[in-house]
Design a protein around this ligand. Structure first.
Ligand SMILES: Cc1cc2nc3c(=O)[nH]c(=O)nc-3n(C[C@H](O)[C@H](O)[C@H](O)COP(=O)(O)O)c2cc1C
Length: 343
């Protein structure tokens, strides 16, 4: 039995933790806040939608572990998306989402599939949230939009989305032009909106999750960490390159087109040389071509491919089952909540 004074201390700690976690209530093995309620999940840990990485296998592994798995439609033809949704449903009965980059050429077809297949949640990105939110919500779908500024977060709230992902400039994949870091972005967005807020960019541990929740986020979305899992469809060579990456090995490139954070490889060097010589958008588009991302991240060409990954790659040291990532992040989060200053 615990000493009465210790018991009192523990209750005070629990109260403080509850206060700090933005309406969240933490218990031994679950969490209750607006994000877990909105998605019907156990932990507010979201696996990002990622081209060439997040198919049904990864999404199902994450959702089975109590997080939210997302199928990334950005690298899928419509029939491949349908197949992924159907395979997910056969593998797992937990909630899941589809990430839909809105500038995708087959967008209308993809939206039809999402509606026909009764996908419960959609994370839209790279486009105007006004275009599709009302139509998706009419069909009972929960809509979340990804932003990189407080101004755009407010526009999303006005467009009627249910929640926002605010993604800082350390993130893997396409980034905002303002280059706002997650640490600065989250408090700004928190002040700008009242709807639930998910933090993304540079998060791979429970400690980072705790820091984001202390800044006003109600959940976290992790991309790079989930690339390095057994279930991600990324090429093994890409996963190993991410594990091997050190501080300073990624860079925000192609700012004239769409800024994207990449590992510095031979392809990046060509982009860098072209940009230094003053290449225009047409020249950069020609250099990028159509298959660079697939070539690198899916087919494993580490020199000529486009390798999208975040700064947090420098602290990712292993490839493991996605369920273990969810479990470890959650355990470290609760441990940090109980002892925030113990390291
Ligand atoms: C390999 C890779 C592919 C990505 N593809 C997409 C995508 O298709 N759509 C999207 O909205 N975001 C995409 N992102 C961004 C992620 O959804 C996520 O917000 C980001 O990875 C979070 O930052 P982190 O990598 O530091 O965890 C991608 C990120 C990575 C690493």
């Amino acid at each position: 039995m615990q000493h009465p004074v210790l018991q009192e201390e523990s209750s005070i700690i629990i109260l403080i933790v509850q206060f700090m976690l933005f309406e969240g209530t933490i218990t031994a093995d679950t969490f209750d806040n607006r994000i877990t309620r909105l998605f019907g999940i156990k932990y507010p840990i979201i696996q990002a939608g990622m081209i060439w990485a997040s198919g049904w296998r990864l999404a199902a592994a994450v959702s089975r572990a109590g997080g939210l798995g997302i199928i990334g439609a950005g690298s899928m033809y419509p029939d491949i998306l349908r197949e992924n949704i159907q395979k997910y449903k056969q593998a797992c009965d937990q909630p899941f989402a589809v990430n839909l980059p809105l500038l995708y050429p087959d967008i209308e077809q993809l939206v039809c599939i999402i509606i026909e297949e009764k996908v419960p949640i959609v994370f839209t990105s790279a486009g105007n949230p006004k275009t599709w939110t009302a139509k998706l919500k009419e069909k009972g779908i929960t809509v979340v939009h990804v932003v990189s500024s407080a101004k755009f977060a407010k526009k999303c709230e006005d467009a009627g989305v249910d929640a926002v992902v605010a993604e800082g400039f350390e993130a893997g994949g396409h980034n905002g032009r303002e280059e706002t870091t997650t640490l600065c972005l989250i408090p700004n967005v928190r002040q700008a909106i009242n709807i639930p807020l998910i933090a993304a960019g540079g998060i791979a541990t429970g400690r980072a999750m705790y820091a984001m929740m202390a800044l006003g986020a109600e959940g976290v979305q992790m991309g790079s960490r989930f690339v390095c899992t057994e279930e991600a469809s990324s090429h093994r060579a890409f996963k190993e390159a991410v594990v091997a990456a050190h501080e300073g090995d990624t860079v925000l490139a192609l700012k004239q087109l769409t800024p994207v954070r990449l590992i510095k490889n031979a392809f990046y060097q060509k982009v860098h040389e072209a940009e230094t010589k003053g290449a225009d958008v047409t020249e950069l588009e020609a250099l990028l071509g159509h298959r660079r991302a697939k070539l690198g991240m899916f087919e494993g060409n580490m020199e000529e491919g486009e390798l999208e990954i975040g700064q947090v790659s420098s602290i990712i040291n292993d490839i493991k089952p996605a369920g273990d990532v969810v479990k470890e992040v959650w355990e470290e989060f609760t441990e940090t909540a109980a002892h925030p200053f113990k390291y």
